[in-house]
Design a protein around this ligand. Structure first.
Ligand code: XUL
Length: 531
């Protein structure tokens, strides 16, 4: 009998499933439910409820619940062999929080298959909506918690990150301050990931070390709730938070609801879910310490894996527990494709091929010219006031500006990932802009390491399916190796490897120093409003 494993990704705009076959090492099915299109009655736009305050971003948890019913119905309709699924795992958009009342435990334990999941769960919420990762309305709470924890460096070294508006601790504090009665009625606080896992398991699920690290509440080294962080956030929090556990750990058998309604294997195991980024790290095959992937999208994201826990004392990067047991880091640069496109538009360059040709007319290092492309407020480094800064760079020189934007982004990644103390052997590049060889060559030269493209469809849901398989094998008393488990699922694109040019790499070893100095100068000037 085929050994199938189901991974589910509960993301901002959709709920996706990937089913893998562990014997053939093949993906047997991929399915997605788009929230706005499939469930218009929840009135979301891109999965988020419209509202008056642009800083507030919430979603209705019942939307995710309804989508889970639809997803399973679709899998059944497509004749996916749900009866052969041995374990289910998943991941969720990080940081979002769901507030449950005292009825939740009993309701979860007795889900009635004759009713929909929404009808079953309607009465279990202490808060109708869930703040999600796009919410940035908690600047005050961030400052309060950071202060109580002893500043940026200490907050980051204890919880893995400085306080951030979207992180769950500051969100919980805001809820406690603004709706104290509803906070008091909250019996249990879940993350999106642990909430969805609870539906599958039919009981309150643990939060894992990956997603738990995105809360500013978990001790990143000891992997338990940090009493000081809990105290700095809200009262009685320890009673409201579930247990912490490693992702993929078996919680129990799946709820009979899914067995009776959709024909899921009654012996299938429900496991602990994780965050979408930790799951993607797995889905991209980053299973050994020191492996790095860069996703070149609207924002550029740097993912790295580390064996030991090091934290960023500047508080710019995040450290989460990795599903493979060590640690992973996530550094998000907001001015990614967005900034590249702005430069292309500014110089009226028709396409990326032409852009690459212009770039090739200039030498690596660009004659020491530097561009700081903060078209939007930047996350890394923290820049609240957008602005473009040129140092020894002529704005009229289109070719030099084309090179400058790519070099700036790669130099910034090199500079701001130094705290990880990881010298990658190879960087995997993914996302829309990873098709651009000119960009990847600059990346290889600046990082002085090989760069190869990887294209994995639904990497988060795939990571979750692999996590389900791992959890099941562990529960069966085996000692599965991640390397063996991931073989064939996430291989980089053959023939796409780019080698660094040694002479160019030496130039960038020097230029990164100048880049850092320009960055400090511009940041100081922004702070003192000289620019
Ligand atoms: C990570 C973050 C986002 C969400 C997106 O810190 O906020 O990547 O996880 O789903």
């Amino acid at each position: 009998m085929a050994r199938l494993f189901l991974g589910i990704d509960s993301s901002t705009q959709s709920l996706s499933a990937v089913v893998i076959d562990l014997d053939t090492h093949k993906v047997v099915c991929e399915k997605s439910i788009n929230f706005d299109a499939a469930l218009p009655q929840f009135k979301t736009k891109n999965g988020v409820l419209p509202g008056r305050d642009p800083l507030v971003k919430h979603s209705p948890p019942l939307l995710w619940v309804a989508a889970l019913d639809l997803l399973f119905a679709q899998l059944k309709k497509d004749k996916v062999a749900l009866g052969k699924v041995l374990a289910v795992s998943g991941c969720g958009q990080q940081h979002g929080s769901v507030y449950l009342n005292e009825k939740a435990t009993a309701v979860l334990a007795a889900l009635d298959p004759k009713k929909s999941l929404v009808e079953n769960l309607d009465g279990i919420f202490a808060r109708k909506t869930a703040p999600i990762w796009m919410d940035s309305s908690t600047a005050k709470e961030c400052a309060e918690i950071r202060k109580k924890l002893g500043g940026i460096k200490f907050t980051a070294s204890r919880t893995g990150s400085d306080t951030f508006e979207r992180f769950t601790g500051p969100q919980i504090r805001k809820f406690y301050k603004t709706e104290p009665k509803a906070y008091e009625k909250t019996a249990s606080i879940a993350l999106v990931s642990s909430f969805m896992a609870s539906l599958l398991a039919g009981k309150i699920a643990p939060i894992d070390f990956g997603d738990g690290a995105g809360m500013n509440l978990m001790d990143i080294r000891r992997k338990n709730w940090n009493p000081d962080a809990l105290k700095a956030t809200a009262p009685s929090l320890v009673k409201k938070l579930p247990l912490l556990a490693e992702s993929g750990r078996v919680i129990g058998k799946v709820s009979p609801y899914f067995v009776e309604k959709f024909g899921l294997n009654p012996e299938a195991l429900a496991t602990v879910w994780t965050g979408d980024n930790p799951a993607s790290v797995l889905g991209l095959g980053l299973i050994k310490p020191g492996q790095v992937a860069i996703s070149l999208g609207t924002s550029d994201t740097f993912f790295g894996t580390m064996e030991k826990c090091l934290t960023d004392e500047n508080g710019e990067g995040h450290v989460f527990g990795s599903p493979t047991g060590g640690y992973m880091t996530l550094i998000c640069f907001k001015n990614g494709s967005l900034a590249r496109e702005k430069i292309r538009e500014h110089y009226k360059i028709s396409d990326w091929k032409k852009f690459g040709q212009l770039l090739a007319q200039t030498p690596p290092g660009n004659g020491d010219a530097i561009l700081l492309p903060w078209f939007e407020a930047e996350i890394v480094p923290r820049i609240n006031k957008p602005g473009i800064h040129r140092f020894d760079l002529d704005e009229k020189n289109a070719a030099a500006n084309c090179r400058a934007i790519f070099e700036a982004q790669a130099l910034s990644m090199r500079l701001h990932s130094q705290w990880m103390q990881v010298a990658p052997e190879k960087i995997l590049a993914t996302g829309g802009a990873s098709n651009d060889r000119a960009l990847l060559q600059v990346l290889a030269d600046v990082m002085n390491c090989r760069v190869q493209r990887i294209e994995v469809s639904k990497s988060a849901a795939l990571g979750a399916a692999l996590q389900a398989a791992h959890g099941w094998l562990v529960a069966a008393g085996q000692n599965p190796k991640w390397e063996k488990l991931t073989t064939g699922f996430c291989d980089p694109v053959p023939g796409s490897e780019i080698k660094p040019d040694k002479a160019a790499a030496r130039i960038y070893d020097r230029l990164v120093e100048k880049y850092a100095a320009c960055e400090s100068e511009a940041m100081e000037a922004v702070e003192t409003s000289k620019l």
